[in-house]
Design a protein around this ligand. Structure first.
Ligand code: PMP
Length: 379
Protein backbone atom coordinates (compact mmCIF):
# COMPACT_ATOMS: atom_id res chain seq x y z
CA UNK A 1 0.00 0.00 0.00
CA UNK A 2 1.22 3.46 -0.85
CA UNK A 3 1.77 5.54 2.28
CA UNK A 4 0.60 9.11 2.53
CA UNK A 5 2.63 11.20 4.93
CA UNK A 6 0.86 14.01 6.76
CA UNK A 7 3.30 14.44 9.65
CA UNK A 8 5.89 16.88 8.31
CA UNK A 9 5.86 18.79 11.62
CA UNK A 10 7.25 15.68 13.36
CA UNK A 11 10.01 15.25 10.82
CA UNK A 12 10.59 15.42 7.07
CA UNK A 13 12.22 12.97 4.67
CA UNK A 14 15.83 13.89 3.93
CA UNK A 15 15.88 15.28 0.41
CA UNK A 16 17.90 13.03 -1.94
CA UNK A 17 19.89 16.13 -3.02
CA UNK A 18 20.85 16.64 0.62
CA UNK A 19 22.00 13.03 0.92
CA UNK A 20 24.09 13.49 -2.24
CA UNK A 21 25.72 16.63 -0.83
CA UNK A 22 26.53 14.83 2.45
CA UNK A 23 28.04 11.69 0.95
CA UNK A 24 31.60 12.95 0.22
CA UNK A 25 31.95 13.96 3.87
CA UNK A 26 31.95 10.42 5.23
CA UNK A 27 34.97 8.88 3.45
CA UNK A 28 36.53 11.29 0.97
CA UNK A 29 36.49 14.40 3.19
CA UNK A 30 36.31 12.86 6.63
CA UNK A 31 38.70 15.21 8.43
CA UNK A 32 38.32 16.75 11.85
CA UNK A 33 37.68 20.44 11.27
CA UNK A 34 40.11 21.27 14.10
CA UNK A 35 43.05 19.38 12.51
CA UNK A 36 45.65 21.72 11.04
CA UNK A 37 46.62 19.46 8.09
CA UNK A 38 45.10 19.64 4.63
CA UNK A 39 42.43 16.98 5.26
CA UNK A 40 41.30 18.86 8.35
CA UNK A 41 41.36 22.17 6.51
CA UNK A 42 39.01 20.78 3.87
CA UNK A 43 36.49 20.04 6.61
CA UNK A 44 37.07 23.44 8.18
CA UNK A 45 36.26 25.06 4.83
CA UNK A 46 33.08 22.98 4.40
CA UNK A 47 32.08 23.92 7.95
CA UNK A 48 32.56 27.63 7.42
CA UNK A 49 30.88 27.57 4.00
CA UNK A 50 27.87 25.90 5.65
CA UNK A 51 27.91 28.46 8.45
CA UNK A 52 27.76 31.18 5.79
CA UNK A 53 24.68 29.60 4.18
CA UNK A 54 22.88 28.98 7.47
CA UNK A 55 23.62 32.42 8.93
CA UNK A 56 22.56 34.21 5.76
CA UNK A 57 19.27 32.31 5.71
CA UNK A 58 18.29 33.68 9.12
CA UNK A 59 19.91 37.09 8.61
CA UNK A 60 22.64 36.46 11.19
CA UNK A 61 26.34 37.16 11.40
CA UNK A 62 28.20 33.83 10.76
CA UNK A 63 30.04 34.19 14.10
CA UNK A 64 26.72 34.15 15.92
CA UNK A 65 25.73 30.67 14.66
CA UNK A 66 26.67 27.63 16.78
CA UNK A 67 26.08 24.22 15.21
CA UNK A 68 24.60 21.62 17.53
CA UNK A 69 22.43 18.50 17.58
CA UNK A 70 19.10 20.33 17.12
CA UNK A 71 16.49 22.47 18.79
CA UNK A 72 16.25 20.42 22.00
CA UNK A 73 19.92 21.05 22.62
CA UNK A 74 19.60 24.66 21.48
CA UNK A 75 16.74 25.36 23.88
CA UNK A 76 18.50 23.63 26.79
CA UNK A 77 21.70 25.53 25.93
CA UNK A 78 19.95 28.89 25.74
CA UNK A 79 18.09 28.42 29.01
CA UNK A 80 20.89 27.05 31.17
CA UNK A 81 23.48 29.25 29.45
CA UNK A 82 21.58 32.48 30.06
CA UNK A 83 20.59 31.59 33.61
CA UNK A 84 24.13 30.60 34.58
CA UNK A 85 25.39 34.01 33.51
CA UNK A 86 22.53 36.06 34.92
CA UNK A 87 21.98 34.37 38.28
CA UNK A 88 23.46 37.29 40.19
CA UNK A 89 21.10 39.69 38.37
CA UNK A 90 17.82 37.89 39.04
CA UNK A 91 15.91 34.63 39.31
CA UNK A 92 12.74 35.12 37.25
CA UNK A 93 11.86 33.56 33.88
CA UNK A 94 8.89 34.41 31.63
CA UNK A 95 7.79 31.61 29.31
CA UNK A 96 4.82 30.91 27.07
CA UNK A 97 2.68 28.08 28.41
CA UNK A 98 2.32 26.51 24.94
CA UNK A 99 6.08 26.03 24.38
CA UNK A 100 7.65 22.76 23.28
CA UNK A 101 8.77 20.45 26.09
CA UNK A 102 12.42 21.13 25.25
CA UNK A 103 11.78 24.64 26.64
CA UNK A 104 9.26 23.85 29.36
CA UNK A 105 11.02 20.90 31.00
CA UNK A 106 14.39 22.66 31.60
CA UNK A 107 12.48 25.66 32.99
CA UNK A 108 10.44 23.39 35.27
CA UNK A 109 13.74 21.98 36.51
CA UNK A 110 14.97 25.50 37.29
CA UNK A 111 11.69 26.18 39.08
CA UNK A 112 12.31 23.15 41.29
CA UNK A 113 15.78 24.59 41.95
CA UNK A 114 14.24 27.81 43.24
CA UNK A 115 13.78 30.02 40.17
CA UNK A 116 10.51 31.92 39.83
CA UNK A 117 8.59 31.33 36.60
CA UNK A 118 5.66 33.18 35.03
CA UNK A 119 3.78 31.09 32.47
CA UNK A 120 2.20 33.35 29.86
CA UNK A 121 -1.36 32.40 28.97
CA UNK A 122 -2.40 31.98 25.33
CA UNK A 123 -5.79 32.89 23.88
CA UNK A 124 -8.18 30.40 22.31
CA UNK A 125 -6.13 30.58 19.09
CA UNK A 126 -2.88 29.81 20.89
CA UNK A 127 -1.51 33.36 20.74
CA UNK A 128 0.36 35.27 23.44
CA UNK A 129 -0.71 38.85 24.10
CA UNK A 130 2.45 41.04 24.15
CA UNK A 131 0.81 43.09 26.93
CA UNK A 132 0.93 39.98 29.14
CA UNK A 133 4.70 39.80 28.60
CA UNK A 134 5.04 43.41 29.69
CA UNK A 135 2.93 42.73 32.76
CA UNK A 136 4.91 39.59 33.67
CA UNK A 137 8.36 41.20 33.64
CA UNK A 138 9.88 42.41 36.89
CA UNK A 139 13.34 43.63 37.88
CA UNK A 140 14.40 40.02 38.54
CA UNK A 141 13.54 38.77 35.02
CA UNK A 142 16.56 37.29 33.26
CA UNK A 143 14.96 35.41 30.33
CA UNK A 144 11.85 35.52 28.12
CA UNK A 145 11.02 32.50 25.95
CA UNK A 146 8.25 32.54 23.34
CA UNK A 147 8.30 30.20 20.34
CA UNK A 148 7.89 31.44 16.76
CA UNK A 149 5.36 28.91 15.44
CA UNK A 150 3.58 26.35 17.56
CA UNK A 151 4.37 22.74 16.67
CA UNK A 152 0.86 21.50 17.41
CA UNK A 153 -1.56 24.10 16.08
CA UNK A 154 0.75 26.18 13.85
CA UNK A 155 -0.08 29.58 15.36
CA UNK A 156 2.62 32.20 14.77
CA UNK A 157 3.38 34.39 17.78
CA UNK A 158 3.80 38.19 17.70
CA UNK A 159 7.57 37.93 18.12
CA UNK A 160 8.44 41.43 16.88
CA UNK A 161 6.14 43.07 19.42
CA UNK A 162 7.53 40.93 22.25
CA UNK A 163 11.11 41.75 21.16
CA UNK A 164 10.44 45.45 21.56
CA UNK A 165 9.33 44.83 25.15
CA UNK A 166 12.33 42.57 25.89
CA UNK A 167 14.73 45.13 24.43
CA UNK A 168 13.25 48.01 26.44
CA UNK A 169 14.04 46.06 29.61
CA UNK A 170 17.29 44.58 28.30
CA UNK A 171 16.14 40.98 28.90
CA UNK A 172 17.47 38.18 26.64
CA UNK A 173 14.70 36.80 24.42
CA UNK A 174 14.76 33.16 23.24
CA UNK A 175 12.69 32.17 20.19
CA UNK A 176 12.29 28.49 19.33
CA UNK A 177 11.95 28.58 15.54
CA UNK A 178 12.08 24.83 15.01
CA UNK A 179 8.79 24.78 13.07
CA UNK A 180 9.33 27.94 11.05
CA UNK A 181 12.93 27.92 9.78
CA UNK A 182 12.84 26.51 6.25
CA UNK A 183 9.12 27.08 5.92
CA UNK A 184 8.84 30.85 5.94
CA UNK A 185 11.22 33.70 5.42
CA UNK A 186 12.70 34.82 8.71
CA UNK A 187 15.37 37.29 9.82
CA UNK A 188 16.75 37.50 13.36
CA UNK A 189 17.14 41.27 13.14
CA UNK A 190 13.61 41.77 11.91
CA UNK A 191 12.29 39.46 14.63
CA UNK A 192 14.54 41.19 17.15
CA UNK A 193 15.23 38.06 19.22
CA UNK A 194 18.55 37.37 20.96
CA UNK A 195 18.56 33.59 20.64
CA UNK A 196 16.97 31.43 17.95
CA UNK A 197 16.94 27.63 17.75
CA UNK A 198 16.18 25.19 14.95
CA UNK A 199 16.66 21.63 13.62
CA UNK A 200 17.56 20.53 10.09
CA UNK A 201 15.23 17.53 10.04
CA UNK A 202 12.20 19.83 10.01
CA UNK A 203 13.19 21.16 6.59
CA UNK A 204 14.39 18.10 4.64
CA UNK A 205 17.86 17.96 6.22
CA UNK A 206 19.28 15.12 8.32
CA UNK A 207 18.23 14.41 11.90
CA UNK A 208 20.46 15.20 14.87
CA UNK A 209 21.82 18.49 13.57
CA UNK A 210 20.70 22.06 14.07
CA UNK A 211 21.92 25.42 15.23
CA UNK A 212 21.47 28.12 17.81
CA UNK A 213 21.83 31.78 16.93
CA UNK A 214 23.29 33.80 19.81
CA UNK A 215 23.30 37.55 19.21
CA UNK A 216 26.70 39.15 19.71
CA UNK A 217 27.01 40.51 23.23
CA UNK A 218 24.48 38.10 24.77
CA UNK A 219 26.28 36.17 27.49
CA UNK A 220 25.57 32.45 27.27
CA UNK A 221 27.82 29.85 28.86
CA UNK A 222 28.94 26.79 26.86
CA UNK A 223 26.60 23.86 26.90
CA UNK A 224 29.07 21.06 26.32
CA UNK A 225 32.43 21.51 27.97
CA UNK A 226 35.65 20.16 26.51
CA UNK A 227 37.37 21.37 23.36
CA UNK A 228 37.13 24.90 22.02
CA UNK A 229 35.02 24.11 18.95
CA UNK A 230 32.34 26.58 17.84
CA UNK A 231 34.34 29.48 19.34
CA UNK A 232 34.25 27.83 22.73
CA UNK A 233 30.47 27.73 22.86
CA UNK A 234 29.90 24.01 22.17
CA UNK A 235 32.64 21.40 22.58
CA UNK A 236 32.72 18.22 20.44
CA UNK A 237 33.99 17.45 16.96
CA UNK A 238 31.63 19.01 14.43
CA UNK A 239 29.43 16.63 12.46
CA UNK A 240 30.56 17.94 9.08
CA UNK A 241 28.43 15.70 6.85
CA UNK A 242 25.27 16.63 8.78
CA UNK A 243 26.16 20.32 8.81
CA UNK A 244 26.83 20.24 5.04
CA UNK A 245 23.46 18.49 4.68
CA UNK A 246 21.71 21.20 6.68
CA UNK A 247 23.24 23.90 4.47
CA UNK A 248 22.17 22.04 1.33
CA UNK A 249 18.65 21.67 2.75
CA UNK A 250 18.56 25.42 3.31
CA UNK A 251 19.66 26.11 -0.26
CA UNK A 252 16.83 23.91 -1.53
CA UNK A 253 14.28 25.62 0.75
CA UNK A 254 15.51 29.06 -0.31
CA UNK A 255 14.86 28.24 -3.95
CA UNK A 256 11.25 27.28 -3.33
CA UNK A 257 10.26 29.18 -0.19
CA UNK A 258 7.56 31.39 -1.70
CA UNK A 259 6.14 28.93 -4.22
CA UNK A 260 6.06 26.07 -1.73
CA UNK A 261 4.47 28.27 0.92
CA UNK A 262 1.67 29.22 -1.50
CA UNK A 263 1.21 25.62 -2.64
CA UNK A 264 0.95 24.26 0.91
CA UNK A 265 -1.27 27.13 2.01
CA UNK A 266 -3.78 26.24 -0.71
CA UNK A 267 -3.90 22.59 0.36
CA UNK A 268 -4.13 23.56 4.04
CA UNK A 269 -7.02 25.95 3.35
CA UNK A 270 -8.87 23.22 1.47
CA UNK A 271 -8.64 20.98 4.54
CA UNK A 272 -9.70 23.75 6.91
CA UNK A 273 -12.68 24.59 4.71
CA UNK A 274 -13.76 21.12 3.68
CA UNK A 275 -13.41 19.03 6.84
CA UNK A 276 -15.96 21.03 8.90
CA UNK A 277 -18.31 20.96 5.87
CA UNK A 278 -18.11 17.19 5.57
CA UNK A 279 -18.06 16.24 9.27
CA UNK A 280 -20.24 17.50 12.14
CA UNK A 281 -18.84 18.44 15.52
CA UNK A 282 -15.42 19.60 14.36
CA UNK A 283 -13.39 22.45 15.77
CA UNK A 284 -10.49 23.96 13.81
CA UNK A 285 -7.66 24.77 16.21
CA UNK A 286 -5.06 27.52 15.92
CA UNK A 287 -5.12 31.00 14.51
CA UNK A 288 -6.54 31.15 10.99
CA UNK A 289 -4.49 34.15 9.90
CA UNK A 290 -1.17 33.93 11.76
CA UNK A 291 -0.53 30.31 10.93
CA UNK A 292 2.06 28.05 9.33
CA UNK A 293 1.17 27.26 5.72
CA UNK A 294 1.53 23.53 6.31
CA UNK A 295 -0.56 23.04 9.47
CA UNK A 296 -4.22 22.06 9.79
CA UNK A 297 -5.38 20.98 13.25
CA UNK A 298 -8.82 19.73 14.27
CA UNK A 299 -10.67 18.44 17.32
CA UNK A 300 -13.61 16.08 16.84
CA UNK A 301 -16.36 15.81 19.41
CA UNK A 302 -17.01 12.32 20.80
CA UNK A 303 -13.95 10.74 19.26
CA UNK A 304 -10.75 9.13 20.51
CA UNK A 305 -7.91 10.69 18.52
CA UNK A 306 -5.70 7.62 19.04
CA UNK A 307 -8.31 5.36 17.42
CA UNK A 308 -8.67 7.75 14.50
CA UNK A 309 -4.89 7.73 13.97
CA UNK A 310 -4.86 3.94 13.95
CA UNK A 311 -7.71 3.77 11.44
CA UNK A 312 -6.03 6.34 9.22
CA UNK A 313 -2.80 4.35 9.43
CA UNK A 314 -4.66 1.25 8.25
CA UNK A 315 -5.63 3.25 5.15
CA UNK A 316 -1.94 4.19 4.67
CA UNK A 317 -2.39 7.70 6.05
CA UNK A 318 0.22 8.81 8.61
CA UNK A 319 -0.85 11.78 10.73
CA UNK A 320 -0.64 12.71 14.41
CA UNK A 321 -2.60 14.14 17.31
CA UNK A 322 -0.05 16.84 18.03
CA UNK A 323 3.52 16.74 19.14
CA UNK A 324 5.28 13.46 18.27
CA UNK A 325 7.29 13.87 21.46
CA UNK A 326 4.23 13.42 23.67
CA UNK A 327 2.24 10.88 21.69
CA UNK A 328 1.88 7.73 23.72
CA UNK A 329 1.55 9.92 26.82
CA UNK A 330 -1.89 9.74 28.36
CA UNK A 331 -1.98 13.42 29.30
CA UNK A 332 -3.93 15.60 26.87
CA UNK A 333 -1.90 18.22 25.03
CA UNK A 334 -0.73 21.10 27.25
CA UNK A 335 -1.08 23.38 24.22
CA UNK A 336 -4.76 22.60 23.68
CA UNK A 337 -5.39 22.85 27.40
CA UNK A 338 -3.69 26.26 27.50
CA UNK A 339 -6.00 27.30 24.63
CA UNK A 340 -8.97 26.39 26.80
CA UNK A 341 -10.09 23.14 25.16
CA UNK A 342 -11.63 20.63 27.51
CA UNK A 343 -9.91 17.26 27.86
CA UNK A 344 -12.51 15.39 25.78
CA UNK A 345 -11.94 17.66 22.78
CA UNK A 346 -8.17 17.60 23.29
CA UNK A 347 -8.25 13.78 23.17
CA UNK A 348 -10.16 13.94 19.88
CA UNK A 349 -7.45 15.82 17.98
CA UNK A 350 -5.91 15.37 14.58
CA UNK A 351 -2.90 17.29 13.25
CA UNK A 352 -2.31 17.21 9.50
CA UNK A 353 1.01 18.73 8.45
CA UNK A 354 2.02 19.09 4.81
CA UNK A 355 5.30 19.32 2.97
CA UNK A 356 7.33 19.08 -0.22
CA UNK A 357 5.87 15.78 -1.37
CA UNK A 358 2.22 16.37 -0.43
CA UNK A 359 -0.03 16.43 -3.48
CA UNK A 360 -3.59 17.57 -4.21
CA UNK A 361 -4.42 13.88 -4.70
CA UNK A 362 -3.26 13.16 -1.14
CA UNK A 363 -5.65 15.84 0.11
CA UNK A 364 -8.49 14.39 -2.04
CA UNK A 365 -7.88 10.95 -0.54
CA UNK A 366 -7.91 12.25 3.04
CA UNK A 367 -11.09 14.25 2.44
CA UNK A 368 -12.69 11.13 0.99
CA UNK A 369 -11.63 8.79 3.81
CA UNK A 370 -12.00 10.97 6.87
CA UNK A 371 -15.83 11.35 7.11
CA UNK A 372 -16.47 7.62 7.07
CA UNK A 373 -13.63 6.85 9.51
CA UNK A 374 -14.81 9.51 11.94
CA UNK A 375 -18.41 8.29 11.53
CA UNK A 376 -17.48 4.71 12.35
CA UNK A 377 -15.41 5.68 15.42
CA UNK A 378 -17.75 8.20 16.98
CA UNK A 379 -18.52 7.33 20.59
N1 PMP B 1 10.86 22.87 19.37
C1 PMP B 1 9.82 22.63 18.57
C2 PMP B 1 8.79 23.69 18.37
C3 PMP B 1 9.70 21.40 17.92
O1 PMP B 1 8.66 21.17 17.13
C4 PMP B 1 10.70 20.42 18.14
C5 PMP B 1 10.60 19.06 17.48
N2 PMP B 1 9.36 18.44 17.63
C6 PMP B 1 11.77 20.72 18.98
C7 PMP B 1 11.82 21.96 19.57
C8 PMP B 1 12.86 19.74 19.26
O2 PMP B 1 13.59 19.47 18.09
P1 PMP B 1 14.57 18.21 18.02
O3 PMP B 1 13.73 17.01 18.33
O4 PMP B 1 15.08 18.22 16.62
O5 PMP B 1 15.64 18.44 19.02
Amino acid sequence: MEKIYFDYAATTPTDPEVIKAMQPYFFEHFGNASSPHSIGRESQKALEDARGVVSQFVGANPNDIVFNSGATEGNNHAISGIVYHAMDRGNHIVVCSAEHHSVLVPIEQLQRDGFKVTYLPVDSNGLVDPASVKAAINDQTILIAVMHANNEVGSIQPIKEISVIAKERNIPFLVDACQSVGHLSLDVNELGCDLLTFSAHKFYGPKGVGAIYIREGIKVSSFLLGGDQERDRRASTQNISAIVGMAKAIELCKDELLTEYAREEKMRDRLIEEIPKRIDGVKVNGDLKNRLANNAHFSFENLEGESLLMSLDMQGICASMGSACTSGAMEPSHVLRAMGLDDALAYGSLRITLGRWTTDENIDFLLEQLPQLVGSLRL
